[in-house]
Each structure stands twice: as structure tokens, then as C-alpha cells.
Design a binder for this molecule. Structure first.
Ligand SMILES: NC(=O)c1ccc[n+]([C@@H]2O[C@H](COP(=O)([O-])OP(=O)(O)OC[C@H]3O[C@@H](n4cnc5c(N)ncnc54)[C@H](OP(=O)(O)O)[C@@H]3O)[C@@H](O)[C@H]2O)c1
Length: 257
């Protein structure tokens, strides 16, 4: 039986690369994001290239109750999901107090509330059935406070913590939960985040989204709890664990100018 993966944020960047990775492994897909045209285009490409079937669902996941609406739509279409990939997410660069409150609240809803509800809705089904996969895209930002992107880093810490807890809780039910923690990656993320004037971006080498997708898929299939992508990112996350806590936020603040 061909398995089906539901991927949020499949219209660009890491989500699109994950869709290609799963399709390459023979999975059918449910592609979710706001931009319907991009999803339809990708669905056709995946059919032509890998012969897999995709359903496209256009929805804004930063809106109240969107996880329930998405779950209902999946049931309405009679689709059985074997893997949930919570990838849709966003972040905004700038001082915390200067961020419009509505934007911050939408980010919290998308990165935290919807992700949590989808884990709950699909996780329950997987648990009752005795198998299933959940891949949550966190970030290396999860390991450090982020002056300049305070809300973003905090949401990713939440995603990492939730995923590690669910990995332990759901293991006995046959459900694998993995948190993927990419560093800076080729996608639309930084354009949307407004980091154009950020000096540090000049020195950062972006990882191809396809590499993140490949490593995340492998980690999920191996049943790993957490995967940090790339040697430098692994070193960074390990190093910050051993530094005095009082040093870390000021260090990040100086890099985020
Ligand atoms: N790029 C990096 O350096 C990096 C590093 C670590 C972690 N990440 C994480 O990786 C994930 C994917 O980001 P990316 O880098 O691939 O950026 P991206 O190219 O901007 O992709 C974001 C995806 O999320 C979707 N999305 C955004 N807001 C949405 C909403 N309100 N409702 C539904 N879908 C929404 C977008 O589709 P639509 O616009 O069509 O809705 C798009 O498909 C995010 O969780 C991000 O935090 C990225």
C-alpha cells in the first residue's frame, strides 16, 4: 500500500523539498499552503517525475481553528494520512516592541497553535491505529534565545520541546516523532523575515533545502528524536549548551544587528 504524507508549507523552500523527497520515496502527498497555484504546479511535477498522486489544500494556517478545518477537509476527501509534516512557519526580524501585535500573534498561531493542534488531531489517529510519523520542522534557533527575532526563536524552542516530549509519549503507540533543526537554508524565509540589512547574512552559507529534506526524512525513518542539520550547526548547538547562560543572548544580540 502506498503511504500518504501531509506536508504543510509545501509551496516553497524546505516544504517543497520535503514534498520532492517523500515523492521520490514513493509516498502520495497532501500538499498544504496558502498559494494554491504553486501547490497545483508542484502536484503536477511530482506526478510527472515520480508518478505519485497529490491532493492540494489551500488554507491559511495562522487563522483560528485552521487545524480543525484542515483535518476535516482531509476526512471529507477520505484520505488516510501516514505521516504529518509540520513545516509551515515564519519569523520576522526586528525589535520585539516594534513588531505589530497582529503579526506576532499570527506567527504564534502558525508556529505553535496550529502545529500543536495538528499533532493532536493526527497523533490521536496514528496512536489509535498503532503507527504513524510526525516530522516537526524546528530550527537551530530553538537552542538559543533570539534578540532581534525573539518570538521566532521562542516558538522554535516550543516546537523542539513538544517534539521531544511526544517522541517519548507516543513511542509505545508505534508513532515516531522527529524534530528537524535546520540552520540557515535556501528558501523564501529570509526575504519574508526582512533580514536584508542584517550584516551577519553576508557571512552565512545557506544549506540547500534538498539536503535538509533528505536528512530530515532519514532521521524520521530511523526514529530519531532530533536531527540538527550540518556540522557547523551541530557544533553551534553543542557549544551554546556549555556557555554560561548570561553570555548567550548578548552574543546573539551582537550578531543580529
Ligand atoms: N530557511 C531557513 O533558514 C530555516 C531554518 C530553520 C528552520 N526553518 C523553518 O523551516 C520551515 C519552512 O520555512 P522555509 O525556510 O522553507 O521558508 P519559506 O520558503 O518561506 O516556506 C514557508 C512555507 O510555509 C507556508 N506558510 C507560511 N505562512 C503560512 C500560513 N499562514 N498558512 C499556511 N502556510 C503558510 C508558505 O506557503 P504560502 O506562502 O503559500 O502559504 C511556504 O510554503 C519554517 O517552519 C521555518 O521556520 C527555516
Amino acid at each position: 500500500m502506498t503511504k500518504t504524507a501531509l506536508i504543510t508549507g509545501a509551496s516553497s523552500g524546505i516544504g517543497l523539498a520535503l514534498a520532492r523527497q517523500f515523492a521520490g520515496e514513493g509516498w502520495n502527498l497532501v500538499l498544504v499552503a496558502r498559494r494554491q497555484a504553486q501547490l497545483e504546479h508542484l502536484a503536477k511535477q511530482l506526478k510527472d517525475e515520480f508518478g505519485v498522486n497529490s491532493h492540494c489544500i489551500a488554507i491559511d494556517l495562522s487563522k483560528e481553528n485552521s487545524a480543525r478545518v484542515l483535518h476535516d477537509e482531509v476526512r471529507f476527501r477520505n484520505l488516510e494520512i501516514d505521516c504529518l509534516v509540520n513545516n509551515a512557519g515564519r519569523g520576522h526580524y526586528g525589535a520585539f516592541i516594534d513588531q505589530p501585535r497582529e503579526i506576532s500573534e499570527e506567527t504564534l498561531y502558525l508556529n505553535i497553535t496550529t502545529l500543536t493542534s495538528l499533532c493532536h488531531l493526527f497523533g490521536k489517529e496514528f496512536s489509535n491505529r498503532g503507527n504513524g510519523y510526525i516530522l516537526n520542522i524546528a530550527s537551530v534557533a530553538a537552542f538559543i534565545p533570539g534578540p532581534g527575532m525573539a518570538i521566532y526563536n521562542a516558538t522554535k524552542s516550543y516546537v523542539l520541546s513538544l517534539s521531544r516530549a511526544l517522541h517519548a509519549e507516543l513511542a509505545d503507540d508505534g508513532v515516531t516523532v522527529t524534530a528537524s533543526c535546520p540552520g540557515p537554508t535556501e528558501s523564501e524565509f529570509f526575504d519574508k523575515a526582512g533580514t536584508d540589512n542584517l550584516k551577519a547574512m553576508e557571512y552565512i552559507k545557506l544549506m540547500p533545502a534538498s539536503q535538509v529534506a533528505k536528512e530530515a526524512y532519514r532521521a524520521l525513518m530511523k526514529g530519531q528524536s532530533v536531527v540538527v542539520h550540518g556540522v557547523l550547526n551541530k557544533m553551534m548547538t553543542e557549544t551554546t549548551r556549555w556557555l554560561p547562560r548570561s553570555w548567550v543572548a548578548p552574543m546573539v544580540k551582537s550578531l543580529m544587528r
